[in-house]
Design a protein around this ligand. Structure first.
Ligand code: UFG
Length: 350
C-alpha cells in the first residue's frame, strides 16, 4: 500500500544489492520507482530482474551523486515525492586504503543530493546508514543514542553523511530517516536477485563460496574474543526485512518532522561459528574452517537494540538466520555467476 503523497520515488544506488531489492519491493507495492545509479558497482540486469519480479516498470537514469549536473538532470526528469539514498561505497577495507574516496562519494555525494533536493523542492529522504557508525559497543546492545565512534573511514563517512542530512533538515524543514543497517544477508524469495560481487569478503557470501568449492576453507578471523565461543558476534538481518524497513521509513516521512535514526537488525546476535553451523545444516555440505588472526577494526559484538524502530515504525524483523542462509543458498545455486556477465563500466567522474 503506497503511503499518501509518497508515490514517486528516486532511488539512488538502486542497481546494487540492497537497492535492487528495495526497487523490487517498492515497485511491487505500487510506488513508481526511478533508479539513479552510476553502474560502477551496480548492475543494469539487477534492475531488469527487479522489474521482472515486481511486474512493474523501473526506470534507470545512469548518473553519479558526485556530479551535480547529473543529479539536476534526474530531478528535472521526474516529479519525485521522496528520495531513498543508497548510492555509496561500502567496503570497510577499501575505505582504510582510500579514505578520501569514501568522503568524496559518501559524504559529498549526500551533500550534493541534499542540495539538489532543496533546489527541486523534494523534502522527504530515507538514507542508508550503517551500524559501522557505532564502533565497539563492548557487550552492550547498540541503541541509537550509543556514542558514535566509528572504527573505519567507511563508518566515519556514514556519520558525516548523517550530519549533512541533519543540516539539510534544519535548513529546509525536510523529514529524513537514517536507517542504520546491521549485517544484511540473503536474497529475494524468487532467487532472481541477490548480492553479487567479485571476490566477496563478508562472512556469509564467503561461506557460500566455500560450500560451492570456489574456496578451500573459511578463515575464522579470531577465536579468542570474549564471547561464548571465542568468535565475533553480529546481528544478521534478512535483506527482505531490511527493504520492508525502507518502505516503513518512507511512509513515516509523510507524517514526521526532523531527522531520525533507526537501527535495523533483529536484536539477536550470532557468532561466526554459529553461522558456519547453520550453513552446514542448510546446505548439507561441509564447510572447512581455518583459524586466522583477528581482522583489524572488527568490533567484538555488534547487535542492535531495535526497540525504537519497532515502536515508531511498527517494523519487526521476521526472518531468522536459517532463512537468511537458505535464501542466500538458493540465489547462489540459481545464479552461480550472479549478474557478472552484465557488468557495465561507469561513465562518471572518479
Ligand atoms: N569473518 C570471518 N571470516 C571471513 C569474513 C568474515 O571470520 O572470511 C567474520 C568477521 O571477522 C566478523 C564477522 O565474520 O566477525 C562478520 O564479518 P562481515 O565482513 O560479514 O561483516 P562486518 O560485521 O565486518 O561488516 C558489515 C558490513 C559493513 C558494515 C558493518 C556494520 O560489511 O559494511 O557490517 O557493522 F559497516
Amino acid at each position: 500500500m503506497v503511503g499518501a503523497g509518497c508515490r514517486d520515488v528516486l532511488l539512488t544506488g538502486g542497481a546494487g544489492y540492497i537497492g535492487a531489492h528495495c526497487a523490487a519491493l517498492l515497485a511491487s507495492e505500487g510506488y513508481r520507482v526511478t533508479v539513479f545509479d552510476n553502474l560502477e558497482r551496480g548492475y543494469r540486469q539487477a534492475i531488469q530482474r527487479a522489474s521482472m519480479v515486481s511486474g512493474k516498470p523501473i526506470e534507470l537514469i545512469v548518473g553519479d551523486v558526485r556530479d551535480m549536473e547529473s543529479l539536476r538532470g534526474a530531478f528535472a526528469q521526474g516529479d519525485f515525492h521522496a528520495v531513498v539514498h543508497l548510492a555509496a561505497l561500502k567496503s570497510v577495507e577499501e575505505s582504510i586504503q582510500e579514505p578520501e574516496r569514501y568522503q568524496h562519494t559518501n559524504v559529498m555525494g549526500t551533500e550534493n543530493l541534499c542540495a539538489a533536493m532543496e533546489e527541486f523542492g523534494v523534502f522527504r529522504l530515507v538514507f542508508s546508514s550503517s551500524a559501522a557508525v557505532y564502533g565497539d559497543c563492548g557487550s552492550d546492545l547498540a541503541t541509537e543514542s550509543t556514542p558514535l565512534r566509528p572504527l573505519s573511514p567507511y563508518g566515519q563517512s556514514k556519520v558525516d553523511a548523517e550530519e549533512r542530512i541533519e543540516r539539510f533538515v534544519s535548513r529546509t524543514g525536510a523529514a529524513a530517516v537514517s536507517l542504520r543497517y546491521f549485517n544484511p544477508v540473503g536474497a529475494h524469495p524468487s532467487a532472481s536477485l541477490g548480492e553479487c560481487s567479485d571476490g566477496p569478503t563478508n562472512l556469509i557470501p564467503v561461506v557460500m563460496d566455500v560450500v560451492l568449492g570456489n574456496r578451500r576453507s573459511l578463515d575464522v578471523f579470531g577465536r579468542d574474543y570474549p564471547t561464548r565461543d571465542g568468535t565475533c558476534i553480529r546481528d544478521y538481518i534478512h535483506i527482505m526485512d531490511l527493504v520492508v524497513a525502507h518502505r516503513s521509513a518512507l511512509d513515516h516521512t509523510t507524517h514526521m518532522d526532523g531527522a531520525k535514526a533507526y537501527n535495523v537488525g533483529t536484536g539477536r546476535g550470532s557468532s561466526v561459528l554459529e553461522v558456519v553451523d547453520r550453513a552446514r545444516e542448510v546446505t548439507q555440505r561441509v564447510v572447512p574452517t581455518r583459524d586466522a588472526a583477528r581482522r583489524d577494526g572488527d568490533p567484538v559484538m555488534l547487535v542492535a537494540d531495535v526497540s525504537r524502530i519497532e515502536a515508531d515504525l511498527g517494523w519487526v524483523a521476521t526472518q531468522d538466520l536459517k532463512s537468511m542462509i537458505r535464501s542466500e543458498w538458493a540465489w547462489r545455486r540459481a545464479w552461480p555467476d550472479g549478474y557478472a556477465s552484465s557488468r557495465e563500466t561507469s561513465a562518471a567522474p572518479r
